[in-house]
Write a protein that binds this ligand. Structure first.
Ligand code: HEC
Ligand code: HEC
Length: 346
């Protein structure tokens, strides 16, 4: 008798969980809060709990922003969330503002892009970049720079351009975003026509390209070469090649160190750690996630008499990160690894 009640309660909970609508607050804290802050005040991502943002952006804008992300910037795409989950997240965001949502007209804003280009260079480029590429870095805080201003988003971004509409950009320029460096340009003295001209110019950044398209190379996740030398010689070659490239050799250790009892590691599998500290700090300042594959390491293994040298392929990993600057660093690192592996096995 006492047992039956909890079991019925449990069955009831399971049944209702299966049919319950997705919970926007918990989806938000799972997928967004790390960057945008638990209550939308910003972090690695820009603030979202801003009346003048939430009162002008349509659900469609928010939905597309979440679906497409901002390729090449840090804002990820969320292709796997269902429509119902995205709608739940949007309702959660809407809860941060009680200002009435303005309905944006669909018809295009009319203006003169050539005049807009001149005004853009004068009023916008200092923050949003000469070609709308956005500020360096991201969000309001970054690595050590906790007091940094909000980083201006990229306006030439295919994810932004696919999500936004002329009138949203126009309203952003007219009202600005209170509490952020983005001021009202009507108050700054531009006319409505000037603003429309700028909108037309900003829309020239739009291209119909698939925002998901990344550099189309089919990249292997690891780089591997065979070495004609013994394991010991190969490790020596590696140390020399590393210092020849201005990296600091840190240490070698058995691949299995820490994974099997001490002394029982396979001595024919060696990991070589090395680093270039300037590069490390610059890369970490751009995106702390690069710490996942730094310091640099190369593995040398001997199996059935064959010695192989291998490393991760940073460019393969960078596809996961959605950050153009990091992508460039990863491209450089892949180049360095390739050269090292060639030299070691030459
Ligand atoms: C002082 C720096 C600064 C200047 C100058 C500035 N912006 Fe911004 N802008 C920002 C910041 C920061 C944000 C993000 C605000 C936020 O957190 O919501 C922003 C947001 C925007 C957005 C919304 C982008 C998005 O992803 O939602 C648009 C559009 C925009 N700015 C256009 C312009 C244009 C066009 C000009 C020139 C007329 C301009 N801005 C001038 C800093 C600036
Ligand atoms: C890894 C960090 C990160 C995560 C996770 C993230 N964002 Fe962002 N988000 C950003 C950054 C950074 C920007 C600004 C884009 C830029 O710098 O060009 C942004 C921009 C946005 C914008 C545009 C704001 C504007 O002013 O127009 C919205 C909306 C947004 N994010 C919502 C979300 C939601 C909802 C989630 C969770 C489903 C999410 N983001 C997850 C980093 C993130």
């Amino acid at each position: 008798m006492y047992l039956r009640l909890p079991i019925i309660a449990l069955l009831y909970t399971i049944a209702s969980a299966a049919t319950a609508a997705p919970d926007g607050a918990s989806l938000y804290s799972e997928h967004c809060a790390v960057c945008h802050g638990a209550s939308g005040t910003g972090g690695v991502g820009i603030p979202l709990a801003v009346d003048s943002l939430l009162s002008i952006v349509s659900d469609d804008y928010l939905k597309k922003t979440i679906r497409l992300g901002r390729p090449g910037r840090i804002m990820p795409a969320f292709p796997k969330l269902s429509d119902a989950q995205i709608n739940a997240i949007i309702s959660h965001l809407r809860g941060w503002s009680d200002r009435k949502l303005e309905i944006m007209p669909e018809k295009p804003v009319r203006g003169d892009a050539r005049h807009g280009k001149v005004l853009y260079a004068e009023h916008c480029a200092s923050c949003h970049g000469k070609d709308g590429e956005g500020g360096k870095g991201t969000g309001v805080t970054f690595s050590r720079h906790r007091d940094m201003d909000i980083i201006p988003p990229a306006l030439n971004n295919p994810g932004f351009q696919a999500a936004t509409c002329d009138h949203m950009i126009q309203q952003t320029l007219i009202v600005g975003r209170e509490g952020t460096p983005m001021t009202s340009f009507l108050e700054e003295g531009l006319t409505e026509q000037d603003i429309n001209d700028i909108v037309r110019y900003v829309r020239t950044f739009y291209s119909e390209d698939d925002p998901d398209a990344r550099t189309g190379e089919d990249l292997p996740p690891t780089l591997i070469v065979e070495s004609p030398y013994s394991l010991e010689e190969t490790v020596e070659n590696a140390k020399q090649a590393i210092s020849g490239k201005n990296f600091r050799f840190i240490r070698t250790q058995p691949l299995e160190e820490g994974l099997v009892p001490e002394g029982e590691e396979n001595s024919r599998q060696v990991m070589i750690y090395f680093c270039n500290f300037n590069f490390l700090f610059e890369a970490l300042a751009k995106d702390p996630r690069i710490g996942m594959f730094l310091p640099c390491r190369i593995t040398v293994v001997e199996r059935d008499g064959v010695v192989q040298v291998m490393s991760v392929n940073p460019m393969y990993l960078s596809k996961l990160f959605n950050n153009e600057e990091l992508h460039e660093d990863c491209r450089t690192m892949t180049g360095i690894y390739r050269e090292l592996l060639d030299e070691i096995s030459l």
